[in-house]
Ligand binder design. Sequence first.
Ligand code: BES
Ligand code: ZN
Ligand code: ZN
Length: 484
Amino acid sequence: MHVRSIRSLSASDADAVIVGMFPGRRGGPGAATVLKGMGPWARKALETAKFDGDSGQVAVLPSTNPDLPAQVVFVGLGADVDLECLRQAAGRAMRALPEKARTVATTLHRMELDGAAQAVLEGLALGDYRFDRYRSSFPVREELSVEVLGGANQEVEAAALAAGIIAEAVGLARDLVNESPSRKAPLEVAERIAAAAGEAGVAHEVWSGGRLVEEKMTGLLAVGGGSHRPPCLVRLEYRPRRPKATIYLVGKGIVFDSGGLSLKSADFMETMKSDMAGAAAVAAAVIAIARLGLRVGVVGLAAMAENLPGGGAQRPGDVLAYRNGKTVEVLNTDAEGRLVMADALCLAAEAEPDLIVDLATLTGANKVGLGPKIAGLFGNDEEAIARVKAAADAAGERTWPMPMPKDYFSLIESSVADMKNTITGRYGGAQGAALLLAEFAGEGPWVHVDMAGPAFVDKAEHYIPRGGTGFGVRTLVELAAGMG
Ligand code: BES
Ligand code: ZN
Ligand code: ZN
């Protein structure tokens, strides 16, 4: 995204201008000039289109005035405008524009809100995302150019830099999730992550084969055994000068979850290329945090494997002995996420960081509990959970704290090992999974984000396109920003 600040629309060469409106068709910042330039018919046209200025509404009108861009996008802001509302309005406007509009002007950032410019630019860039690599009919798209009308230069520059870094990171996470699973073997994903990390000056290491055996990465080896494409662990590290804290970020990276021998049915398998969304978000967040130069040390661990029922697959009944001495009985090979997360959590816990946050598309049960758009928060430290919740709120990512009562451990008691990877009965699936992870996360503050719902959506909304959403990236960046 290229951003420049311009004084007035007469200096613009934009294809479209985005204008905010309040309920009752009251003009938002900068709307008066545009409406006047369009003539009285514009208000009539908005009325006919039933556009009131409520949040969620958008109307694209042509303009015949040569002093205005050819298209005007009116976007409703609603009555109480906050940063997320601006982000959504910008994204919605962007998605309403025809593909070929590559230069857009806007006055949306002129709302009296701290951080308005960054929120608007984030919304535009996030809403501009397309995954069209596999569409033969799509032309190559030029980079998006944004003209910010009458903004203070320095502020706009800083906002553009931050928004650009964040949107690129979210775009990377979305690309990794949307990629055809045939083209994202664990080691291929690791390579792509390593390349992006290298560009951002982030140290990276990939463990595979013998190294995984030496390091006792039991879950990765067991889950990955069913696929010809071997598992790996990606370690990213960003260490600024004099860090104020160190965070470990752990992500579930199942490049495809067929369920393994406990095979999923066809409809549940359809979206299972998204089962590496936690790993993608963690990798993208470390890169963004490094590029932003935040003052926190961050280590990202991505546990990558493919869950297939090949000849080397693990069996229901297998017992896994972990690096931290604990054992898990595998009763359902489709509950593989917790098995690979346990390995990476052992490594994180050994480092005794100030905070561990893990992101995983872990359980269908969490999606049942909170619906498709909200991630569940679990953990061993109320303050840490509240911190992650606050970061997510600020980023506009929806999360909700979930209970994880100790006595529910009985749900995962095994007759042969320390625990089993399934639950007894039907209820408490997300809690059972989280309680298993807790056994590997150590004693320090740890937060588990179950993002099975919001990682992948089948309907586009405001700045979120269909498919991989990049969920978690912005929460993690916000969290690091708050700690550094
Ligand atoms: N990857 C799935 C969880 C999931 C479900 C993610 C829907 C995104 C959307 C996970 O590995 C899984 O299959 N979990 C099972 C566990 C069960 C077999 C104990 C589940 O939640 O049904
Ligand atoms: Zn599974
Ligand atoms: Zn899974």
